[in-house]
Design a protein around this ligand. Structure first.
Ligand SMILES: [Zn+2]
Ligand SMILES: [Zn+2]
Length: 408
């Protein structure tokens, strides 16, 4: 037994650093157990992880942890620990020299692996988060660590001080969400990127300095193009309500069906001798709507600004101008109701649409067939049929007297 214990002590050190390390440095590392401070994450832990610095204190510090907890959450730790002979004990803890790793990140990761979420900071700066993510990936501990990072991603996402106009920062956060397999923040950061970054950037510029960022950059650019196209379809829905009112097909005399001439009875019904006129109610309203859209820079699309967020804002801020439709006759198409319905639908769709990327779909290289963890509609845009149905339903349900429309 004594022999075995001596052998254990002699071989229990695992040196993760380079084989060719200078002797002086190795000597220093070997002596850390006696001289350096120990931080307990698990007071009865059987392993000391030696890191070169924690919390800005620039000297080696040992973190006391449980080999069992580390092995459950990280296959890399399991292998490292498994490579050293058992059994460990409190009196003779093994040491793992992890001097090449970021000490703060390892400290956070070990707390997470010991379910010490109460010991985690509420917020993490982006640089610290990125260092942490690298460590998590290196130790293959994403499953164990990803949920614990949600508050950090959240605080960065909602930070008032971080400059999210900085494309590099937001792209890095997006990569972090990807590596942490966090579908919510992958969707949120990609939405922010797609909406806020100017249209027409190049993949190389976006993915600059990132090893695996090219595909992500290409997908973001494609997403921006899709979004612009979807916005053009939205605009068509709105403008079409006006075009319909102005179309020759719908031209009609007051109280006469389109294409019909007033009959002698119609003329007899009139009390005065004036002629029956073309009904102008819809036409006047449609013209007013189109000029309001033009004033708001919504129509035509060539007037749009160069970011999707700014375009969405135009739609959001649009207010339907008041029109006088009291004189609408039986054969008017009720352009006011159709227009208000179209505006209301588009605003609603803008709120519900996923402008960014779904992580599950991104990983599957197209639309993910199963249930995506981030809920989103999988059709590209609302089908024309569905829109036509809703528009005609809105006209029918508005009845003869009430013309308040969809959005009052
Ligand atoms: Zn009419
Ligand atoms: Zn999806």
């Amino acid at each position: 037994m004594a022999l075995r214990k001596r052998r254990l002590l002699g071989t229990s050190e695992i040196d993760m650093s380079d084989e060719e390390e200078p002797a002086s440095k190795r000597l220093k590392s070997d002596s850390t157990m006696e001289t350096d401070a120990v931080v307990d994450i698990h007071a009865e832990g059987d392993i000391l992880l030696v890191v070169k610095s924690i919390a800005g204190i620039d000297k080696p510090i040992s973190i006391r942890v449980s080999s069992h907890a580390l092995s459950i959450g990280s296959t890399v730790f399991k292998r490292l620990i498994g490579d050293t002979p058992p059994p460990p004990s409190f009196d003779s803890p093994k040491t793992l020299q992890l001097l090449d790793d970021d000490g703060d990140s390892l400290f956070l990761l070990c707390n997470i692996l010991h379910l010490r979420n109460d010991a985690l900071p509420a917020r993490l700066q982006p640089a610290a988060l990125l260092a942490f993510v690298r460590t998590v990936v290196k130790y293959n501990a994403v499953v164990a660590a990803s949920r614990a990072t949600t508050p950090w991603l959240d605080s960065i996402y909602h930070s008032k001080t971080l400059q999210f106009s900085d494309p590099v920062l937001i792209f890095k956060m997006l990569e972090a969400a990807y590596l942490l397999d966090d579908p919510v923040y992958f969707a949120r950061f990609s939405t922010r990127w797609v909406q806020q970054q100017t249209v027409g950037q190049s993949v190389d510029r976006i993915a600059e300095g990132s090893q695996h960022g090219k595909r992500l950059a290409a997908e973001l650019i494609a997403r921006q193009k899709d979004s612009i196209n979807a916005l053009k379809v939205d605009l068509d829905l709105i403008a079409d309500a006006c075009a319909e009112a102005l179309a020759d097909d719908n031209k009609h005399y007051i109280d006469c069906a389109p294409g019909a001439e007033p009959t002698p009875e119609d003329l007899e019904d009139k009390e005065d001798d004036t002629e029956i006129e073309i009904c102008e109610v819809d036409k006047e309203a449609a013209t007013k709507y189109l000029s309001a859209l033009r004033d708001a820079n919504i129509w035509p699309a060539t007037r749009w600004p160069n970011s999707i967020a700014a375009i969405i804002k135009l739609f959001e801020n649009f207010r339907i101008p008041k029109t006088d439709v009291a004189e609408q006759c039986h054969f008017c198409i009720q352009v006011d109701v159709k227009f208000a319905t179209a505006i209301g639908m588009v605003k609603q769709m803008h709120q519900e649409r996923l402008w960014g990327l779904c992580l599950d779909c991104y990983r599957s290289g197209g639309l993910f067939e199963g249930e995506c963890r981030y809920e989103h509609a999988k059709g590209k845009t609302v089908s024309a049929d569905a829109v036509v149905r809703q528009l005609s339903a809105s006209v029918q349900s508005s009845g003869g007297s009430s013309r308040d429309g969809y959005m009052s």
